[in-house]
Design a binder for this molecule. Sequence first.
Ligand SMILES: C[S@@+](CC[C@H](N)C(=O)[O-])C[C@H]1O[C@@H](n2cnc3c(N)ncnc32)[C@H](O)[C@@H]1O
Length: 414
Amino acid sequence: MMPQFGKLLEETIGMSPEVLGDKSLARAVRERMSVCKLENEERYLEKLRSSPQEMEVLVDIVVIPETSFFRDKGPFATLGQYARDEWMPARHAAPLRILSAPCSSGEEPYSIAMALMEAGLKSGEYEIDALDISRALLRKAERAAYTQYSFRGVPVSLRNRYFESVGNEFVLKDQVRQGVSFTRGNLLDGHILASKLPYDVVFCRNLLIYLGEEARACVVSVIERLMARNGLLFVGHAETSCFPAARFVPLNPRAAFHFRKIEPGPVASGFGAVAAIPSMVSFPPPVQITPKKPGAPQITEQPPREIPKSKDSVEAARQLADLGQLPEAAAICERMLREDGTNAGAYCLLGIVLQGLGKLPRAEECFNRAIYLDERCYDAIVHLSLIRERSGDSAGAEVLRRRAARIQQQARAL
Ligand SMILES: C[S@@+](CC[C@H](N)C(=O)[O-])C[C@H]1O[C@@H](n2cnc3c(N)ncnc32)[C@H](O)[C@@H]1O
């Protein structure tokens, strides 16, 4: 019977039964059977299959919560250096977006926040999302009170700067807490964090080592989807070979725990339903919709257009957007659109940039315009679906998601 519990857990959270071990699994199952007053393992298996709440409780028991503040030190030092030497001088309009997944009881995302504060970033200049599957661990993270055990190897002076001593615990100060948002979720879920903008930095440490092969591949593709082009990825020391070398380059051979996500590859856009998104501004061959006339074909091939000789181009604007220079990128798109109001690519990029600047109604207009001009404008469809989802129009979002998936399938078939 135990192998069936192991298999069910592997299907649910990805944890390999070998890692969990027969004895630990049997102990956890017995513990829950006793609480549920069930004597028959088959009955408990049925309960697990039919009750997500019971599965949650069992998951809380079997997950490996091991973590600590500034665990392995190197990643946090590297992040601080990156924030100070690269991110801050570039004076980005949008905050630095970081994901810690899995985050266990909060030590990792809070260490990220402290590393950024130590580097000189102010509140509002960064946003940290943290995700884990265990509700019990997330409750602990939100409480943000830790014993000395969580500070192994952390200098006392650093601890005292950010924590207040209360009884035998150290309680995190609000200035650190407020920069971190926690979410419960499963990294095997292809839709996870679907409404979020891409992350500039992702910490995905010390989970992949516990997963079976299939689950590992699944988490890798989820993380890849969530990351921005050129984003930084931090993994655990034993996980440096888990991400595809063609798309993740090690940044320093002597510190092989961090990578930069490079082209070619999907660009994260927080779009959960479609695993791979070709590029922020890569469009299918130009096909334009002409205004509908009865009996006339609705889609016509657009004749080749002369490339403007000015240095304004969608590519130049995209590069600025990638560097976080959003107002400058928007200005290029607007100039291009004044010259040629049928440029779907410029409208789409302008929409993405305006979204980054928090101007959602204008962004929505731009995506609609891009899709009107180019019905196969994949990125505009994807972004518009996200806007619809966020505004509560799930049905509208779903229609757009299906449309994007069809375009992607057609592109793959070519
Ligand atoms: C060893 S901790 C790593 C925490 C932190 N990243 C670190 O390195 O210190 C592993 C965490 O993965 C979480 N976890 C396990 N399976 C998961 C899944 N499928 N989705 C999200 N989190 C998961 C567990 O709840 C646990 O908190």
